[in-house]
Design a binder for this molecule. Structure first.
Ligand code: C5P
Length: 407
């Protein structure tokens, strides 16, 4: 219910992408938002108000002369109560109308009449690639952005007209993610964040290896939350089957040594390093080039292990981390005596902030309970979904940064 309590005006303008707006409306409602659909006359050529009314559970408005409003002012009444207006699809013509401040039909009238400082306007453009690339469209987009609208960008690929290129409307799930992110406080704006996530895989031979049950969910939730908070985010991911959070760059790795190399390539440009990965402590000393076969003797092979590098410790000992230019955060998954173990681990790793949790209560789960350990002491956070935990952690990190934002 990531949009619980939010009231969204969903505006549809003329474009074949209107068929995706039905799904978008459903997703917004499922996320807990109340949705007021407003359609232009051109939008009604592509999808009916009946469909949108059924999905939103509210009567759709299409005219500035709608007599259902007692004061006959739908442009005032509908725009005042919105937490945001999202125009999806937003046609090239509608963007041009916004630039001119036109007010001769309900939706553009509402965009003009909305209280600009209180009701944000988000645009999801949708059009043919030539229309998108045309200097008039690009000029108009720059102008609406300068006037305060948030332009969400477009997708690339096959278009309804048979051409291929930029200009498709973003998918409904992408628009939902963008809207949810829009409402998050931008406490990490301008910061660069590197997150390690998931397990590592330490090969024994080309077929087999050693790994663990880490799902990567916590690390991916943190990457997402950091991105939503305005940061530029890279997730260095061990083998996990999770979708990359929107707007996050992903580097896939397998072994601890791969993860160390990828992390070291990324951290010199970062302000924050968050180590959530469950890195294997040991790897097989040797890796067979070919599959190790049973020889019929009944004897099992003996595997010798060697210790893996400690990625967090290595990064925390770098000059940038020591000087405070790189803020390092570690995780400790324990089975008991969490406070004692987490406090000791923070000291051992030499990091400003360590997050403790009880391993069996978090691995593979969708929720978690975190204990924050820093130089001031120990703070227990409430049990919550990993998404909520990640957002809380991001705020806690932000307020500990040099020049950080009070939250
Ligand atoms: O020492 P321990 O494995 O308990 O420490 C856990 C923390 O250290 C986590 O933040 C984990 O991501 C990080 N770590 C690491 N490289 C290792 C082992 C742990 O980055 N080889």
């Amino acid at each position: 219910m990531e949009l619980a309590g939010k009231h969204i005006v969903l505006g549809l303008t003329g474009g074949i992408a209107c068929y995706k707006s039905a799904e978008l409306c459903r997703l917004l409602v499922k996320a807990g938002a109340t949705v007021q659909v407003v359609m232009t006359e051109a939008a009604e050529q592509f999808i009916t108000p009946v469909t949108m009314q059924a999905l939103s559970g509210r009567a759709v408005y299409t005219s500035q002369w709608d007599g259902r409003e007692p004061n006959n002012m739908p442009h005032i009444n509908l725009s005042r109560e919105a937490d945001a207006m999202l125009i999806a699809p937003c046609s090239a013509d509608f963007i041009a109308r916004l630039v001119q401040g036109r007010a001769d039909e309900l939706l553009s009238l509402m965009c003009l009449a909305r209280p600009v400082e209180r009701v944000p306007l988000l645009l999801a453009p949708a059009m043919n690639r030539e229309m998108w690339a045309h200097p008039a469209t690009q000029r108009n987009l720059a102008q609406v952005a300068a006037d305060g609208a948030v332009v969400l960008g477009v997708g690339r690929g096959d278009q309804a007209c048979g051409e291929t290129g930029d200009g498709r409307m973003l998918e409904p799930a992408e628009l939902l993610a963008d809207l949810v992110a829009f409402f998050q406080p931008k406490v990490l704006a301008g910061r660069r964040v590197v997150v390690t996530a998931g397990p590592t895989f330490e090969a024994l031979d080309p077929i087999r290896g050693i790994t663990n049950h880490s799902s990567g969910k916590m690390g991916f939730a943190i990457a997402r939350a950091a991105r939503e908070a305005g940061a530029e985010v890279v997730v260095v991911a061990g083998p996990v089957s999770l979708a990359t959070p929107r707007g996050v760059r992903r580097v896939d790795v397998k072994s601890a040594r791969d993860m160390l190399a990828a992390t070291q390539a990324e951290v010199p440009a970062a302000d924050i390093f968050i180590a959530t990965a469950a890195v294997a402590d040991w790897r097989p000393l040797t890796q067979a080039d070919q599959k190790i076969k049973k020889d019929g003797s009944g004897d099992a092979p003996t595997v010798a292990f060697t210790e893996n590098p400690d990625i967090l410790l290595t990064v925390a000992q770098s000059d940038r981390a020591r000087s405070g230019a790189l803020f390092c955060v570690g995780f400790a998954a324990e089975s008991h005596d969490l406070v004692a173990h987490a406090t000791a681990k923070r000291a051992r790793k030499g990091i400003p902030l360590l997050v403790g949790n009880i391993g069996p209560l978090t691995f593979g789960q969708d929720d978690n309970q975190m204990l924050l350990v820093d130089a001031q002491g120990v703070q227990e956070l409430p049990r919550a979904s990993k998404t909520e935990c990640a957002r809380l952690l991001v705020r806690e990190i932000a307020r500990r940064l040099p020049g950080g934002i009070a939250t």
